[in-house]
Design a protein around this ligand. Structure first.
Ligand SMILES: NC(=O)c1ccc[n+]([C@@H]2O[C@H](COP(=O)([O-])OP(=O)(O)OC[C@H]3O[C@@H](n4cnc5c(N)ncnc54)[C@H](OP(=O)(O)O)[C@@H]3O)[C@@H](O)[C@H]2O)c1
Length: 255
């Protein structure tokens, strides 16, 4: 398989790093010359990375093409390009529907939409995908947990959840700060906090039906410390502010 990227920026760097350090069998990755600095850095770092002479050169030498350009550049970049029949095109452009991008690509070409996160560089995290496609699944499953959804609307809803990355780090930092204020060194405070939340997330990934409500109950001994913490948070509105934040992001995304 030959993989091409149009747009060599942050997310392309993460995917290329993840692919080149994975077990996936592929021949070569060809990235677009822009951004020059980033494409040169990737070529220097990984043997199987080549820099295309142009965007068209990337397309001409790729079986799978990943579009990782900014939405505002999409029309002018795609207008000049000829795709080949049989190519699989995976588009990553946030907020851009398949129906908006497909007319800019030759008819009959399969267009898949995916939402990866930068943690694909370390083969972790979710990658939402729609519609199901064998090639796209095989490419992304080495980079994290592939979640194939039933509609583009579902994919957009999951992409809204990614707005909680900064709040999540802020939660970790708040807990770490609190521990530091108790006299614990910063490194130990952060190591303990991140190891605990990491382990809890691993446990929460286990239920086959995805129902994690029982974990809340199981973690609370009657009259115990978790029950006290939970009721204290509930007295201040619980996690309503998280739902409110997701609703506001949804309004911004959907207009
Ligand atoms: N970052 C993420 O975590 C993430 C996750 C999922 C999806 N996405 C989506 O992926 C896309 C890229 O995001 P990003 O964060 O990687 O953005 P980025 O770092 O700004 O990368 C965009 C790249 O497009 C290049 N570019 C500009 N004009 C071009 C042209 N004519 N031909 C080829 N490449 C051109 C830019 O090069 P110059 O620097 O030379 O202008 C830049 O390297 C966006 O649509 C975003 O919504 C991002």
């Amino acid at each position: 398989m030959r993989i091409g990227f149009i747009g060599t920026g942050g997310i392309t760097s993460a995917i290329v790093a993840g692919l080149c350090t994975s077990q996936l069998e592929f021949d070569v990755i060809r990235v677009s010359p822009r951004n020059r600095e980033t494409s040169l850095a990737l070529k220097k770092r990984f043997d199987r990375v080549r820099i295309g002479e142009s965007n068209q050169d990337v397309l001409d030498h790729s079986d799978v093409v990943i579009l990782a350009i900014l939405p505002q550049d999409m029309k002018k970049i795609l207008a000049d390009l000829d795709f080949k029949s049989g190519q699989v095109v995976i588009h990553l452009l946030a907020g851009v529907k398949i129906s908006e991008i497909s007319p800019l690509i030759e008819p009959g070409i399969t267009v898949i939409r995916a939402v990866p996160l930068p943690c694909v560089a370390i083969h972790k995290g979710p990658i939402a995908l729609f519609p199901e496609n064998e090639t796209a699944v095989s490419l992304f499953e080495v980079l994290g947990s592939v979640i194939v959804v039933d509609s583009e609307l579902q994919l957009e809803s999951l992409s809204i959840v990614t707005a909680l990355m900064a709040p999540y780090y802020a939660l970790l930092n708040t807990v770490s700060d609190w521990a530091v204020n108790q006299g614990i060194g910063r490194k130990n405070a952060t190591d303990y906090t991140t190891a605990m939340f990491g382990a809890l997330s691993l446990i929460a990934e286990q239920p086959a039906d995805g129902d994690i409500r029982s974990l809340i109950k199981e973690s609370m001994t009657r009259g115990g410390l978790n029950e006290l913490a939970m009721s204290t948070i509930d007295e201040r509105g619980g996690f309503d502010n998280v739902v409110h934040a997701l609703d506001r992001v949804k309004i911004k995304v959907t207009g």
